[in-house]
Design a protein around this ligand. Structure first.
Ligand SMILES: C[S@@+](CC[C@H](N)C(=O)[O-])C[C@H]1O[C@@H](n2cnc3c(N)ncnc32)[C@H](O)[C@@H]1O
Length: 329
């Protein structure tokens, strides 16, 4: 039997982190093809396990030059879904030329009559990834937990009134994890200024208590969300937060402080202990300020699980030098 390869898609700039993560998790697996945002690994047996730095990954079916050749790779797969997309060749995702080529290839693959769009759990996906002007990487994966949209890059748009890009991080965290928040819920957010994440929660009818020594957006604080939801600002460092500050019935805990993960998790652990069984879910951004933190990601996720929650970590498309942990009871 010939060599088997896996393909993985990551944020531009995270390739070395992904290689390091794969090496730590699967010592026999070696990197093969490598472009910004798109890598393959020689796996021989098995597959890549759960990965933080791969937005999606699957079994590589090899490089081809044209849509016609890609059609041949789809034969016999029984794919229920077709995902055609370009790799991230820049920090904001695919270049316009890459995205245009992906649209053109998708149009050429219309004869396959495989539906495009978000995959349902258990569906086999045929992936065609624009690597460059002359190469397409074909692959396949079965939809499990995680991103259902092509390449794990949803098309969220930052609203003009959103106070920060953290709005996108929150939208992405909910879409990636499948966590649903309900109108009438209450959240506490450590590191809440200026208020992008709070804006995304407010529009869902979630009231937010923001804890941050910096100013929050005045318009956001004056706004009312669905069902009369509000954003309230406690202009404090999280270390000064006391149990009575956190209202009874608070079910969501967010943390997005620009401090070392160990420091952030210490505060998260205190607040979670005050919330007790009322804590239903946590959405945490952990900063990778220090390269050595990368090797400690499993341990950091373990600390979140010690709160009695099931935690999963990923690097969201909008994350730069940071990752997101979503934990649910
Ligand atoms: C990435 S920004 C947060 C963005 C915010 N989540 C949003 O949605 O707009 C990081 C924030 O952490 C805050 N921060 C830093 N140290 C803090 C501390 N000890 N306690 C609370 N917030 C802190 C900073 O003031 C800054 O506003």
């Amino acid at each position: 039997m010939g060599a088997r390869f896996a393909h993985a898609v990551c944020n531009a700039g995270s390739e070395a982190l992904l290689v390091r993560e794969v090496a730590a998790a699967s010592p026999g697996v070696v990197p093969a093809y490598r472009k910004r945002g798109l890598l393959t690994f020689r796996v021989d047996e098995g597959a890549l396990g759960r990965l933080v730095f791969a937005r999606v990954h699957g079994e590589s079916l090899g490089l081809v030059k044209s849509a016609a050749e890609a059609v041949e790779r789809a034969e016999g797969l029984g794919a229920a879904r077709l995902h055609v997309y370009a790799r991230d060749d820049g920090p904001d995702g695919p270049s316009e030329s890459g995205a245009a080529r992906a649209r053109a290839i998708e149009a050429e693959l219309a004869d396959l009559r495989i539906p495009t769009g978000a995959a349902a759990p258990g569906e086999r996906i045929f992936e065609v990834i624009v690597a460059d002007d002359s190469a397409l990487l074909c692959g396949t994966r079965v939809q499990g937990e995680g991103w259902r949209v092509p390449g794990g890059r949803p098309a969220f748009v930052l609203p003009a009134e959103a106070p920060s890009r953290a709005y996108l991080k929150l939208e992405e965290a909910l879409a990636w994890s499948g966590l649903a928040v309900a109108e009438g819920e209450r959240a506490v957010e450590l590191g809440s200024a200026p208020g992008g994440a709070a804006a995304a929660l407010l529009q869902r009818g979630v009231s937010v208590l923001g804890v941050d020594p910096a100013d929050m957006d005045a318009a956001l604080l004056a706004r009312r969300g669905r069902g009369g939801a509000t954003v309230t600002h406690l202009k404090l460092e999280m270390g000064a937060l006391k149990r009575p500050h956190v209202p009874r019935g608070t079910s969501l805990l967010l943390c997005d402080v620009n401090l070392a993960p160990q420091v952030a998790l210490r505060a998260v652990t205190s607040v979670a202990s005050w919330m007790g069984k009322e804590l239903r879910a946590a959405i945490l951004t952990l900063k990778l300020n220090d390269q050595r933190v990368i090797d400690r990601v499993p341990e950091l996720v373990g600390r979140v699980e010690a709160l009695g929650l099931r935690a999963r970590a990923t690097q969201l498309p909008s994350n730069r030098r940071e990752i997101c942990v979503v934990a649910t009871r």
